[in-house]
Write a protein that binds this ligand. Structure first.
Ligand SMILES: [Zn+2]
Length: 359
């Protein structure tokens, strides 16, 4: 394998003196925090943004939160792309998978479905101990791509929210995406998902508290997010693709997210690392100065189109996940008051999860 070039244990361009006394917004630490200048890579503007790296909890955070956040999510941001209904054959396959993995029904094709593997969204639901009758809220869902997939699997109580869409979206079958901030939401949900959302939120503690109060008894809050301090950050530094300045206002560590959850009255029950080959492919693009949003396969240099290299990166990502060092993870959180007398759901125990671990 041709390894990515250069290893840096001091990522980014540090200016330690400039952050003297600047407090971490997660843990409050003022001592020894680092300063970095990260450049915008998604659209290739190369505009520079200053971030603080906390010496205590490890969280990376933008020094000055942009005033008009909505402007960061226009002009083709990927999660805002218009969604169309998929082919009916694919919907049928998804319905069978939903029935097999989450529902009670076992149809004539139940011997074939397991061969297709357990898709990530169904894995999240089973680990959360929920079924097809679960009420699910997807926070920061863009135009609702994941919810549309969940509807195909057979879920019927689905709601999405995103403050940066132009207007409410109504997809039929009761599936709605509301143009609302977290504090404007109401209801009770068995499963609330923040899929790569919390890193975009200006006040994550406030949002976690709001969502905790929206959880039904024994409800689960799922938080998927990039993780700083892991291999890709140590290896690529300022070229790590998941920095995504200035949209990622915070890039947490396992430590900082645990502190945040505890402050919000939430207890992490499990964490599952789910990084992919994109931590390498995307970071190599950043290193080469190729904008992530505009990349096309024909524009990639040959070494990034090499299938064996991609497969090697895929394998490496699995190894990093198993070691708890992949560049993103999925946290399963419960209200602290629910946890003391509630054992882990049987669903969660019955599924083999080599990438998961207790925290
Ligand atoms: Zn901190």
């Amino acid at each position: 394998m041709d390894r990515p070039q250069s290893v840096s244990l001091s990522p980014g361009d540090r200016e330690p003196a400039s952050t003297a006394g600047v407090a971490c917004r997660i843990c409050g630490n003022r001592w020894g925090n680092a300063s970095y200048e990260f450049r915008e890579r998604m659209f290739g503007s190369a505009e520079s943004f200053r971030y603080i790296g906390c010496a205590e909890c490890g969280c990376l955070q933008i020094a000055d939160t942009p005033e008009r956040l909505e402007e960061l999510y226009r002009n083709g941001y990927y999660s805002m792309a218009t969604r169309r209904r998929g082919a009916s054959s694919r919907r049928l396959v998804r319905r069978l998978m939903g029935q097999y993995w989450v529902g009670e029904a076992r149809g004539p094709l139940s011997a074939i479905v397991p061969l297709m593997g357990l898709p990530a969204p169904l894995e999240w639901v089973t680990r959360a101990g929920k079924g097809l009758d679960a009420s699910i809220l997807d926070v920061g869902c863009g135009s609702g791509a994941l919810l549309l997939v969940l509807r195909d699997y057979g879920f019927r109580q689905l709601l999405g929210s995103d403050p940066f869409i132009d207007h409410d979206l109504h997809y039929g079958d009761g599936l709605k995406i509301l143009k609302r901030r977290t504090r404007e939401l109401s209801g009770r949900f068995d499963l609330i998902m923040m899929n790569h959302t919390i890193e975009h939120v200006p006040d994550p503690l406030s949002d976690l508290r709001q969502l905790r109060d929206l959880l039904a008894p024994d409800g689960c809050l799922l938080v998927r997010t990039p993780l700083a301090g892991t291999f890709a950050w140590r290896h690529y530094g300022a070229d790590w693709v998941q920095l995504d300045p200035p949209r990622h206002l915070y890039v947490h560590t396992r430590e900082s997210l645990g502190r945040l959850a505890a402050a919000a009255g939430l207890l992490p029950l499990a964490v599952e690392f789910d990084s992919t080959e994109f931590q390498f492919l995307g970071s190599e693009l950043c290193r080469l100065g190729i904008p992530i949003a505009s990349r096309r396969s024909t524009e990639l240099p040959p070494f990034l189109r090499d299938r064996r290299r991609i497969q090697t990166w895929r394998t490496l990502a699995k190894l990093l996940n198993a070691a708890g060092d992949g560049d993103q993870a999925c946290f399963y959180l419960r209200r602290r008051s629910d946890v003391s007398d509630t054992p882990e759901p049987e669903h969660a125990k019955s599924v083999d999860h080599p990438r998961s671990g207790r925290i």
